[in-house]
Design a protein around this ligand. Structure first.
Ligand code: ZN
Length: 113
């Protein structure tokens, strides 16, 4: 399961951060998951509940934001908001869009005790 792999890499990242900065408990894990990142957020929450168990973030809250996708149309140079990959440009109907953002997935912050 893709989301479980992601959850485990998030846990490893938090563990590494805890070792480096010396905190022992995480209050909130802030995650940014772009709408074009192809991540199933409910499945990721579920996977994190399992993956984080027993770690420094074992009872942390998950604050997940899902920024929308932004793309640039190659044909008409219009910046467009993209709900999902494969959608056409709303201005000219072209499918030649370059994704600018929204495909990212990152831990944007950790609130620690
Ligand atoms: Zn266009």
């Amino acid at each position: 399961m893709h989301e479980m792999t992601l959850a485990e890499s998030i846990r490893d990242l938090i563990d590494a951060q805890a070792a480096k900065e010396g905190f022992r408990r995480v209050h909130t894990v802030e995650l940014e998951i772009g709408q074009l990142a192809a991540v199933d957020v409910p499945a990721l929450r579920f996977a994190l509940n399992i993956a984080l168990r027993g770690s420094v973030a074992g009872d942390a809250e998950l604050a997940i934001t899902e920024p929308s996708g932004q793309a640039m149309c190659v044909q008409c140079s219009t910046p467009v908001e993209l709900a999902q990959r494969g959608d056409p440009c709303p201005a000219c109907g072209s499918y030649e869009l370059t994704v600018v953002s929204g495909g990212q997935m990152r831990v944007s912050g950790l609130v620690v005790y």
